[in-house]
Design a protein around this ligand. Structure first.
Ligand code: PGA
Length: 248
């Protein structure tokens, strides 16, 4: 089954609003590719100017975080309806930096996935193991547990619209990329798990990205794998290299 490729930039805590607009202009012609979904996941304060800057292009806008309530006394937070109203289509959920630095657990991540769908946002759900679990050889069980918890109560129709990003923590921002075979092994495992939890049609539809030091040099090989439908790109999404990844 042909799944549409999705290449998403995760800008993390980079780019002021004016720098964000400049980056959109720099990348505009480089990221043209009608066969690929191109997404910029940007800091909250950059959303409004970036939505404006990519109007009329093939770029979709994503957010990096939100809270599960629609509104109210949650100082410092931003809600799904706010994101949606601003023109956001995708939302990163469960990134390892949110899990490890900000203490988000699978209960909250599961609530966020369900809230995102209920609000009309498409989640990019991240999973991935630490270097310790990779060395211990228990990474497969870990990934299965994360996905199973994070998708509790999520319907098959929703999972068909879901993007799952496999991001081994030891490869994020380290320059140490998983080999294409290592990445494919886990992405295939995730697809098998979705078939087990749901059915084969759902597993065939869900899009699975690899993330972790993906760059212009290694993207083509990673993306050539049967179960890797795209990439979630941190460092290289802030540079012209991102265009090469989109067109890899
Ligand atoms: P990286 O980040 O490409 O800089 O390794 C990927 C991510 O954290 O999404």
């Amino acid at each position: 089954m042909a799944r549409r490729r999705i290449i998403a930039g995760n800008w993390k805590m980079n780019k002021t609003p004016s720098e964000a607009v400049a980056l959109c202009a720099e990348l505009k012609d480089l990221v043209k590719n009608d066969a690929v979904d191109v997404v910029y996941c940007v800091p909250a304060i950059d959303i409004v100017p970036v939505v404006e800057a990519v109007k009329g292009t093939n770029v979709h806008v994503g957010a990096e975080n939100f809270y599960i309530e629609d509104k109210g006394a949650f100082t410092g937070e931003i809600s799904a309806p706010m994101l949606k109203d601003a023109g956001v289509e995708y939302i990163i959920i469960g990134h390892s930096e949110r899990r490890d630095i900000f203490g988000e657990n699978d209960i909250l991540i599961n609530q966020k996935v369900k809230k995102a769908f209920a609000s009309g946002l498409k989640p990019i759900l991240c999973c991935g193991e630490s270097p310790t679990l990779r060395k211990a050889g228990t990474y497969k069980e870990w990934i299965e547990r994360q996905i199973t918890w994070d998708l509790d109560g999520v319907t098959a129709d929703q999972v068909k619209e879901l993007v799952i990003a496999y991001e081994p923590i030891w490869a994020i921002g380290t320059g140490e990329t998983a080999t294409a075979d290592q990445a494919e092994e886990v992405c295939a495992l995730i697809r098998e798990l979705i078939a087990k939890l749901y059915d084969q049609a759902t597993a065939d539809a869900v899009r699975i990205q690899y993330g972790g030091s993906m760059n212009a040099g290694n993207a083509a090989e990673l993306l050539s794998k049967a179960n890797i439908d795209g990439g979630l790109i941190g460092g290289a999404s802030l540079k012209p290299d991102f265009g090469q990844i989109v067109n890899a």
